[in-house]
Design a protein around this ligand. Structure first.
Ligand code: OGA
Ligand code: NI
Length: 260
């Protein structure tokens, strides 16, 4: 965890031009504060690096990752491998709790398209004017988040009030995402969260999103409705690709459209 944090801090301390250069060969992307990549997020203050980490063919995709710092691929490769194991274990336990097949997320490509999202929030001259990241639920199944040990920023909404989720060294924050909210038919609700900026210190965070392949169908798990269950399906069925396109255009406002 320390190694991967160090690598990402080094990456993000490079000039934007150099960072962009490391992301010029395809699937890897760098978004900077100037670029409004989600329409709802009018104000935010960060640089974000993102790239896929499909578990089935590591060698094929690692060559598209940044190559600076020089140990990037090695350290990030190891990290994503371990964090995936953790994520799959958590998903198995969630299945058990929901009463659906333990292998649910291993099927239908549901966990085949994970991506890594690395945010860098620079110090902000006036934190009252902007957020690091506006209020949202993650558009994932679950997200495993590694926070900077030393800098606060993440907040979660509970009973209409924002609470700080302060970093605990060597602990992850695990978010239930919108996709799991759909699959669990609303029994698990994604946490609404945001990131505030900081006057003095830069903050780095590393989110591993467990995401489906584009063709995967996202719908309430059929296992929830067996044996004469009287539950109604609360959410429509759609492909992950459809969901993504929708989310790209509407951001968090997508939620009303997901319902039946
Ligand atoms: C996200 C997110 C939190 C953070 O990437 O969806 O909520 O602390 N990140 O950066
Ligand atoms: Ni999030």
């Amino acid at each position: 965890m320390d190694d991967v944090m160090k690598v990402f801090k080094e990456f993000h301390s490079m000039p934007s031009k150099e960072k962009l250069n490391e992301c010029s060969n395809g699937s890897c992307k760098l978004y900077t504060s100037g670029e409004n990549h989600r329409r709802d997020a009018v104000h935010y203050w960060k640089d974000t690096l993102t790239h896929p980490c499909p578990p089935s063919s590591p060698q094929q995709y690692i060559k598209y990752w940044p190559n600076k710092p020089s140990n990037y691929r090695k350290v990030v490769g190891k990290y994503t491998e371990e964090v995936r194991k953790l994520g799959m274990k958590i998903l198995e336990m969630l299945c058990e709790g929901l009463g659906i097949r333990r292998e649910y997320f291993l099927c239908g490509g549901l966990s085949e398209n994970p991506s890594l999202v690395v945010h860098h929030y620079p110090p902000c001259p006036d934190p009252t004017l902007t957020l690091g990241l506006a209020k949202h639920r993650d558009p994932s199944i679950i997200t495993i988040l590694l926070q900077d040990k030393n800098v606060r920023g993440l907040q979660v909404l509970k009973d209409d009030e924002w609470f700080g989720v302060d970093p605990i060294p060597y602990a992850f924050v695990v978010n239930i995402g919108l996709l799991l909210q759909i699959i669990s038919n609303g029994r698990l609700i994604g946490a609404e969260h945001r990131v505030v900026t900081n006057l003095r210190n830069a903050r780095t965070s590393v989110a591993y999103f467990i995401n489906p392949s584009n063709e995967s169908i996202i719908e309430p798990a059929k296992d929830l409705f067996v044996n004469g269950s009287t539950q109604k399906t609360m959410y429509k069925s759609m492909s992950y690709e459809e969901f993504r396109t929708n989310f790209f255009h509407k951001g968090p406002k997508i939620e009303s459209e997901l319902r039946n």
